[in-house]
Design a binder for this molecule. Sequence first.
Ligand SMILES: [Zn+2]
Length: 245
Amino acid sequence: MQMKQLIMSKNCHAMLYIVVFMTMICYNNLVLAQKPSTNDANFYQASPAMMPRDTNAKRKPELVEVHKLDSTIKLDIYYASANKNVFGKKFYSEARAFLQKPAAEAFVRAHHAVKKHGYGLMITDAYRPWRVTKAFWEITPPEKREFVANPNDGSRHNRGCAVDVTLYELATGKEVEMPSKVDEMSERAYPTYMGGTEQSRKLRDLLKMALEAEGFKVIRNEWWHFDYKDWREYPILDVEFQDIK
Ligand SMILES: [Zn+2]
């Protein structure tokens, strides 16, 4: 390499470092999400990306495993199995449900409330690592994206303050019929949908009443999704289940 070329090459490298450094400064509210390693062919991993950080979220995360607070709460974690969710892929290596401690305790109280009516709560998803929200966005067609969170904003699931939940019958242990399936991307998913059987609407409303009495709020287009009131105070997280202490 001639001297002139060498100097130009060094200048190019210097420019590249400056560009990278400036980019890091511009995105100082972002952190790089790492991909987990797996050999499972059905396991879907999002492409590597910068995770947004909410600088207003000041509360220290304290994720707790809901099932450990009350083992009669059922789990049917859709994203831990490729044949349970609408995407047909596996996103979690373990079927577990975590929430921030105050949300988890409120959830247990709601479970006790529905028990008085002969039902129990069944979680299909709770805390969700950010990389999984990114994966959902990548594989959802644009016209269906009202049903998935934009990874640029993070989701309330990423903060450990949202739960997807339905009811099961205490007597039989079976999941009840609701106006739509959990995760169904249609108008039947709206909590205000007036179709379906009267009994299914009654159970949907019982679920809503019990959770909203404990500080959760259902979202407008998914009867099964509830946000805990303090979600803004918790940061967006990308911790895998097995790494939660
Ligand atoms: Zn949800």
